[in-house]
Structure formats: C-alpha cells, structure tokens
Design a binder for this molecule. Structure first.
Ligand SMILES: C[S@@+](CC[C@H](N)C(=O)[O-])C[C@H]1O[C@@H](n2cnc3c(N)ncnc32)[C@H](O)[C@@H]1O
Length: 434
C-alpha cells in the first residue's frame, strides 16, 4: 500500500513536511507566499530541498479563488496541515451554506476552512501560538471556540494540546498549540472523553501525560465542560464576554460541538536535549556572532531588571516601567528559550539568546544552531544571498519538526486503514471502556 498523502498550507521552510516525511507520509502539494517581501526566501528554501513539483508560491486566497473557479486543481489528499497566525476570527454574519461565513478579509483561518470545505481531507493538523486558546482579551477563548465550531460544522472531531517541546526531550522550550481533527468516521471514539484526552487519542499517544494512570481514569467525564452554540454568529458575539480567563485548558476534545477540556502534565522519562547539544565548535563560529565590548552594557541593561520612570515617545505621557531580569548569558545545560523572529542580527536585544563560550567570551547563536533547535538539518536555510537575520527569522516562524513527526506517526495507521465500517461510526463519546 502506498503512503498516505498530505498537503501543506503556509509551508514556510517546510517544517511540517520534514516531520511528516519522517513520520511516513508523502507531501504532494504545498503553498507558501510571504506578503511582506518581494524576495520569497521561504519558498526558495522549500523548493531547494523538496523541488518545485506540487509547490505554489502565490497568495493562498488567489490559489483558492482559482480552485473554486475550476482553473486550478489541488491533488487529492488524506491530510491537510499548516501553521498559521493567531488573528481575529470573529464572524460578521453567517451567509447561506453555499457562500459561507463572513469573517474579516485576510484572516487566514477562513482560507483553511475554505479548502477543508472544498477537499474534505480525512485528517487535519494545525499549529498556532498558545495564545489562540485565550484570545481576544475582551472575549476570552472566542477565537478558538469559533474555530472548533467551524470544524464541528464540517464534521470533524478535534483534539488539541499545548505542547512545550522541551517537555518531550527537545532542546527548545517552544510552546505551541497543536490541533488534530479527523472526520468523525475515521477514528471511532469508544472510551470516555477523559480517557481519550489522557490515553487513547492521537495526541495522548504521541505525547503521554502523567494523568493517564491517575485521577482522570475514574472520571467518566460524560458531561461536556462547554457546549458550543451551533449558531456561529451568536457564538462569535457572545462566547467569553465578561470572562476573565479562557475556559480552554491545555488539552481537550470536541465532538459535535461538545467540548471536554483538561489540564494535563507531560510524562517523559527519557534524556532531554539541551542548548549545549546543538552548539557549533567555538573556533568555527564567525566573529560577527561575538558580543563586542562596546555593546556589552546595552545587552546587560536590556536583559536586566528595570524599575524606572519613562515618557511615552509619541504622546509625551510619563509612565512607570518595571520588568524582571532574564538569564544573561543563557544557560546551556537547559533547553533554549523560544526562538523569536527577531533572533538574528547584532543589535542588542532582551530576547535574543547569548551564551558564554568555553573560552569565556559571549556570543549569539548561529543560524545553524537555530536550525538545530527546531530539529532541521544544519544549513537548511542557507540559500544564496540570504542574511543571517533572515535565516533566524525563518526559524522564529518555524516549528519543532520532531513534534510533527510524532503526530504523523500516530495518524499513519488510521490513514492507512481504509476500512471503517459506517455502522461502527461513533460521533458521540461512549463510556464503554472508561
Ligand atoms: C507560521 S509560518 C509557518 C512556518 C512553517 N510551519 C515552517 O516550518 O517554516 C506562516 C507562513 O505563512 C505564510 N503566509 C502568510 N500569509 C500567506 C498567504 N496569504 N498565502 C500563503 N502563505 C502565507 C508566511 O510567509 C509564513 O511563512
């Protein structure tokens, strides 16, 4: 039997594709377009490694216009994946089924939904910042509720988990929410929602949790914690109004608009990798990565604690500013902090990593080290004419490849099995084996 087929939206430099291919999948189509720059570095890097076949470097909105007009065809696929921005997912109005929902233009979630409606893949894996679970500030959890509800309308069961890569052995404390959806007849759920969340689900198998053998097992958890209004417009208007915190914990399951959500803790017994595991030899690191004496005080100030009066530059309003210190230099015997898109370049910054070398000098991380922190092969982003800063930007946008690989491996047997007798389809969780 051939490998199951995936397509990749918002492909960047191909983090999802690397993870999926390592997990036994074929990626047959991809889309990547950077709206803010003329040169398309990410797409260039992507095609350097994976070739041009099945890759599109155009705004996804235009691609899908062509798909709907019948002038462009995306190959058949079992799985759709993508990492996309946390934006405002509010719904202005719900139009007829045929024309769909009116959300804000340029909000990429609606493009994902458009493609899901068109091609109805059996499985979906999405990645986003963990802030998605609690945004926006004036309606905690609304955006995630809208997303879940849309997926429910399309017939998907959805699991999610906030994963800190370092808690599963990777050398970076990158925290992201992974959302796994499947058409409800693909994975019949025969256990309680709690057991699915902590033991049997795709994410629980890929990333074991401590609670698997503890309290949650005696909790049959049949009553949902949240019931999403099937009316998207009122869900969008009303969800989270007046709430101080989001109702969505770091893991959960949604079936037919019913949501069960649990706070879970990672269970990982193997050796963790740390920052020192990815470092290049000091004498191979170019001089431009070392901190100059003249910049040292600025670095120390930015990394240090502050408790000072300031004046707002634009309005002239005085205000008080305080923040704590962050480690300077960064500890190399621990996983690194999250790589941000601004990690590159020599300008001093609070958030860039700085390490002390064996000889006692201070330096920033190289592009190769940043690639390794995400699990990419060394030199992955090194295309002709690209700057160190741009390479760092790509890694700030990317993801931890090994996390995708684990999810891909767990989905694989389900994707390979085409035999799912309809009579056994369960869209409701049952407590049978709980
Ligand atoms: C969070 S990044 C995903 C990174 C990717 N997972 C990786 O491993 O590199 C989102 C990507 O979406 C791309 N993007 C933004 N707007 C887009 C659009 N309208 N059409 C297609 N791609 C877009 C950005 O250029 C960026 O590379």
């Amino acid at each position: 039997m051939g490998k199951p087929r995936a397509i990749e939206l918002f492909a960047g430099v191909g983090g999802f594709r690397l993870g999926l291919e390592r997990g036994g999948w074929d990626v047959v189509w991809s889309n990547q377009w950077e709206p803010s720059t003329r040169r398309q570095h990410a797409s260039e890097i992507y095609t350097t490694h994976f070739g041009d076949v099945g890759h599109t470097n155009r705004d996804i909105q235009h691609v899908l216009d062509d798909v709907e007009a019948g002038t462009y065809r995306i190959p058949d696929h079992d799985l759709l994946v993508g990492g996309f921005p946390c934006q405002d997912y509010s719904v202005a109005r719900v139009l007829s089924q045929a024309t769909g929902i009116a959300g804000q233009k340029g909000v990429l979630w609606w493009e994902i939904l458009r493609l899901l409606r068109h091609s109805r893949p059996r499985f979906v894996v999405l990645e986003n910042v963990d802030r998605l679970l609690k945004s926006p500030a004036n309606q905690r959890g609304r955006d995630f509720a809208v997303m879940l509800s849309c997926l429910s309308h399309e017939g998907y069961v959805v699991e999610w988990r906030v994963l800190n890569a370092a808690e599963y052995g990777f050398p970076q404390k990158r925290r992201r929410v992974f959302i796994v959806g499947y058409l409800s007849d693909e994975l019949p759920i025969r256990v309680s929602p709690s057991k699915w969340i902590t033991q049997e689900g795709i994410l629980a198998r890929a990333f074991p949790v401590r609670e698997a053998n503890e309290a949650f097992q005696v909790d049959t958890g049949l009553d949902p914690d949240i019931v999403l209004s099937p009316d998207l417009k009122s869900l969008s208007d009303e969800f989270g109004v007046g709430a101080k915190v989001t109702p969505f914990s770091n893991s959960g399951l949604m079936i037919d608009g019913n949501v069960w959500t649990r706070r879970v803790n990672p269970f990982f017994e193997h050796r963790s990798t740390v920052l020192s595991d990815v470092l290049e030899l000091e004498d191979e690191v170019p001089e431009r990565f070392f901190i100059s004496d003249s910049d040292l005080d600025r670095w120390k100030y930015l990394k240090g604690s502050k408790n000072e009066d300031r004046v707002h530059r634009a309005s002239g309003t005085p205000y008080h500013y305080s923040e704590g210190a962050i480690p300077f230099p960064d500890a190399v015997d621990q996983p690194a902090r999250t790589i941000l898109t601004g990690e590159g370049g020599s300008t001093p910054s609070r958030f860039k990593h700085v390490i002390r070398t064996e000889s006692g000098r201070l330096r920033r991380l190289t592009p190769v080290e940043l690639e390794r922190l995400n699990g990419f092969p060394s030199g992955w982003t090194d295309v002709t004419g690209i700057s160190d800063g741009r390479r760092a930007y790509m890694m700030g946008n990317a993801l931890v490849v090994g996390l995708v690989q684990s999810i891909g491996e767990q989905l694989l047997p389900h994707a390979k099995s085409t035999l799912t007798p309809t009579s056994e389809v369960h869209t409701k969780a049952v407590a049978a084996n709980s």
